[in-house]
Design a protein around this ligand. Structure first.
Ligand code: ADP
Ligand code: MG
Length: 618
């Protein structure tokens, strides 16, 4: 560590350029940094000797907040005012959370809308962003206490499947805690970085990151080559983790030692069992037997019994691994390295199962509950310019595009594009004198926007009056390294422009992302024919509009016969559109085009001559 800098006049800590790495976890959070002398990432340790801060916030009667271990105590005595797992609520609407509402012992507010969830404590309402900011504030305070300098810059990690809304919420939480969030990094990417995997100059490697935490399981498949990280696939279960192992022991002990006790009616017995169960589980990561005491009764469990109890949990995680490999079109033998992440991977049976599944030695020397924060610190060090060996690239999970005529999805950034990325395309108006253009931004794989998810909408206004088709509106998508999308539209002839940053109203779960991808596969054929019909119809309607406009303006220039065949042809085209027959629409459009071409050319010719009259040609 460098020198301590205190402003003597004010007694306040001096601004430092330190960038810390933060793992904002569902169960535990922590802060890490790269030591300036040895260049090793280390987890910051407070005088309590601990690196992990439980992601728990307790509110007292006056609205004061306490974070971490002291707050965890209140999970038993004051559950309504003690918030855990706030990460699960980030960027979510009540609709998203409804199916899981029994998971929370505190009050998640349902206002019946798509709006973001809030948590009610007494007469106050807190957003998940605020709740997370309490945890981040505590981490910042700890770091400043340990380092004796002001800490205001951070890299924060999020699960690889977090969408724009969830990443933005995490960024906002950082800002609220007084942190300048320089980068949001995927947790599996961070874990690989902590092991120094993916350094520049290394040959391409495919890595599996197995992350079993307190309440969530994630498996990610990445390729690392020459400092570039790409997420090939993610899978997992957002309600599977170490807590389920604890519950399995609780159930076993209840049956064995308290068969007649009414656990539901005896909260303190239930809680005592849970505390002892976690203790037993941790002990069994080193010993072959655990004996403890619950409500004066001696309880015991062997490693063999524990392994038997948790087998279904292990099987579920391996199923997710299979799915992830399938999504990445890989087999287990194509994985070069397996990185173990999350406190629950300390369980020997977990290690053995994963080792057997992938047939590989595991990267598990670093503390599995610290490895993500350590990697975040490495990324922070890269950003600080101290480490030029790496460059980080992620991909976007779903396509991004805008709505065009007929409700079609026009993709600007296809799914799996490496980010950061930029894409642009030109559009024009469909009506004469059109002064505004609505830009609707969608996310998804379907051909019709109605089947995709709307992210945002805005109007580009102030386009000067011009004939249809003349304005050139350039729409640009800028997807930054954190996965946040900026959309801008500019009319190139006049220069009018407008930009928005897309902060979607509510988040998508990874299941929803999967559902959307699945739906695009099953509907691919229907989508293609719908798109063809919509395109044919749009073209036909434009043809009808131009012809009718022409007839109105130059009615005198047409012979009687021309007028009659044109109106018959127009009617036939209208009928074809009504019949939704793509081939017929195209045929009739061509016919109308053939009929009108001769007189259109004739009229335009004379109009041109008229216009040239009296003009001097130099
Ligand atoms: P998260 O990523 O969800 O914030 P962590 O990676 O910190 O969570 O993992 C927390 C889980 O790890 C808890 O269920 C805890 O009981 C479990 N855990 C911690 N240490 C051990 C251990 N020695 N043996 C088994 N499980 C452990
Ligand atoms: Mg974690």
């Amino acid at each position: 560590m460098g020198k301590i800098s205190i402003n003597i006049a004010t007694g306040s800590l001096l601004q430092s350029d330190i960038i810390v790495g933060i793992d904002l976890g569902t169960t535990n959070s922590l802060i890490a940094m790269v030591k300036s002398d040895t260049r090793e990432p280390i987890a910051l340790r407070e005088i309590d000797g601990l690196t992990l801060v439980p992601s728990v916030v307790h509110f007292d009667a006056d609205g004061g907040a306490e974070v971490g271990n002291p707050a965890k105590e209140y999970l038993i005595t004051d559950p309504e005012n003690t918030i855990y797992s706030a990460k699960r609520l980030m960027g979510k609407s009540y609709k998203d959370m409804y199916a899981h509402k029994d998971f929370f012992s505190y009050n998640v507010i349902d206002d019946g809308t798509d709006a973001l969830v809030k948590v009610q404590i007494g007469d106050k309402f807190y957003s998940p962003v605020e709740l997370s900011s309490f945890i981040l504030k505590e981490l910042k305070k700890r770091a400043e206490h340990i380092l004796k300098v002001n800490v205001s810059k951070a890299v924060i990690t999020v699960p690889a499947y977090f969408n724009d809304a969830q990443r933005q919420a995490t960024r906002d939480a950082g800002k609220l805690a007084g942190l300048d969030v320089l980068r949001i990094v995927n947790e599996p990417t961070a874990a690989s970085l902590a092991y120094g995997l993916g350094m520049k100059g290394h040959t391409e490697r495919t890595i599996a990151v197995y992350d079993l935490g307190g309440g969530t399981f994630d498996i990610s498949i990445l390729t690392l080559s020459d400092g570039i990280f790409e997420v090939l696939a993610t899978n997992g279960d957002t309600y599977l983790g170490g807590d389920d192992m604890d519950n399995a022991i609780v159930t076993y002990w209840k049956q064995t030692y308290f068969p007649t006790a009414d656990i539901a009616g005896n909260k303190s017995l239930g809680q005592e069992l849970r505390v002892a169960a976690e203790k037993a589980k941790k002990a069994l990561s080193a010993d072959s037997q655990f004996t403890g005491s619950v409500a004066g009764v001696e309880v015991t469990i062997t490693l063999e019994k524990f392994n038997e109890l948790i087998q279904p949990i292990l099987d579920k995680t391996l199923d997710c691994c299979k799915n992830a490999l399938k999504d990445a079109s890989l087999t287990a033998d194509k994985i070069d390295a397996v990185v173990m992440v999350g406190g629950s991977t300390r369980v020997p049976a977990v290690k053995n199962a994963v080792k057997a599944f992938f047939g590989r030695e595991l990267y598990d020397e670093l503390n599995p509950d610290e490895v993500v924060a350590l990697g975040a610190a490495v990324q922070a060090d890269i950003l600080a310019g101290n480490n030029t060996d790496m460059l980080l690239i992620d991909v976007t999970p779903l396509s991004l595009g805008i709505e065009t005529m007929g409700g079609l999805m026009d993709v600007l950034i296809p799914r799996n594009s490496k980010i950061p990325t930029k894409a642009g395309r030109q559009y024009t108006t469909s009506k004469d004198g059109q002064s505004g253009m609505r830009i609707s931004v969608f996310q998804g794989e379907r051909d019709l926007v109605q089947d995709n998810r709307k992210l945002a909408e805005f109007n580009l206004t102030g386009i000067p009056a011009m004939p249809a088709g003349l304005p050139k509106v350039e729409v640009t998508f800028l997807l930054d390294a954190d996965g946040i999308l900026k959309v801008s539209a500019k009319e190139l002839r006049s220069g009018v422009s407008q930009t928005i940053e897309v902060k979607p109203q509510y988040g998508l779960t990874d299941e929803q992302v999967e559902d959307m991808l699945l739906a695009s596969l099953t509907n691919a054929k229907a989508d293609i024919s719908t798109r063809a019909l919509v395109e044919a119809t749009t073209e036909a309607q434009q043809m009808i509009e131009t012809t009718e406009k022409f007839l109105k303006k130059y009615s005198g220039a047409l012979t009687e016969e021309e007028t009659a065949t044109t109106s018959a042809s127009l009617q036939a085209l209208h009928d074809a559109i009504a019949a939704k027959d793509k081939n017929l629409i195209q045929k009739r459009t061509e016919e109308l085009n053939d009929i009108s071409r001769p007189y259109a050319e004739r009229v335009m010719d004379s109009a041109l001559k008229e216009a040239m009259k009296g003009k001097k040609v130099i």
